[in-house]
Design a protein around this ligand. Structure first.
Ligand SMILES: CC(=O)[C@@H](O)[C@H](O)COP(=O)(O)O
Length: 257
């Protein structure tokens, strides 16, 4: 079972709650995915004068753990304030920390991210930082007090899937004991299976399900892919080779001449 901070989590699929065609489809997709954790953007839902009230109570009624996020924040200060609000709204000290540094790529501002992580961990938050696959930044986040790391595999919403498999492989090898969740950029179930096969502990995704032609059916597909990838990782997949290896033994074959 996956342990995140002190909590055991059964499903290794974490789901975002934005951009669904309707709240009812979101509800059905969450149930179909069998996820145990959904992430919710405080700023997005409270933007434009909306209070987010009806949406937040629908999320609370889903019966899954809520991981509020600081999506839309661009500075450590904004992210810390948003985390405080999230703690009030959802009565949780879990926070998915996003501090965006670049408009086109939605790449994290890793300097502000580490600063916000340091402040929030010191305040007792359980921080889940959305980060790049940079090893040094990962180390700084652990020093700040994070016990989970969430490297991207591609820009948020891009659906590109793992663009730098080598970097993800190194990340896993560099932090063998840390729970690692691939967050952002996954487009297809095969992408989720691929990163799970690399040994990542879980995946978090939103757009690939919310934007699918049939989000509920896609949620089912992702649930299966994440389980398959995890099972394959535990089963010890072969490493690719440059040369052919005959699958039929040569010794003992019949000789006709
Ligand atoms: C919902 C959320 O937290 C996103 O910011 C997250 O990073 C998912 O990204 P995708 O939409 O690319 O799956």
């Amino acid at each position: 079972m996956l342990k995140l901070y002190d909590t055991d989590i059964e499903s290794r699929l974490l789901l975002g709650t934005a951009r669904y065609p309707s709240p009812e489809i979101l509800r059905q997709a969450v149930l179909a995915s069998r996820t145990g954790i959904v992430t919710v953007s405080l700023r997005r839902e409270m933007a434009g004068g909306r209070t987010g009230g009806a949406f937040f109570s629908m999320i609370r009624d889903l019966g899954v753990r809520v991981l509020p996020n600081t999506a839309g924040c661009h500075t450590a200060r904004e992210a810390v304030l948003t985390a405080h609000m999230a703690r009030e709204v959802f009565a949780t000290d879990w926070i998915k920390l996003e501090v965006i540094g670049h408009h086109d790529t939605l790449q994290p501002d890793v300097f502000e991210l580490v600063e916000a992580a340091r402040i929030l961990c010191a305040e007792g938050f359980r921080v889940f930082p959305y980060t790049t696959e940079d090893l040094g930044v990962g180390e700084r986040l652990l020093e700040a007090g994070c016990q989970v790391l969430m490297p991207w595999c591609a820009p948020i919403g891009s659906a590109m899937g793992p663009v730098n498999i080598g970097a993800l492989r190194s990340y896993r090898a560099h932090f063998p004991e840390v729970p690692l969740i691939v967050d952002a950029g996954i487009g297809r179930p095969s992408h989720a299976a691929a990163v799970m096969e690399l040994g990542f502990d879980a995946v978090l995704l939103n757009t690939a399900v919310a934007g699918a032609g049939d989000p509920v059916a896609m949620a089912v597909a992702f649930a299966g892919a994440v389980e398959a990838g995890r099972a394959a990782c535990l089963a010890g997949p072969l490493e690719p080779r440059d040369m052919a290896v005959p699958s039929t033994p040569v010794i003992g074959k019949a000789v006709f001449s």
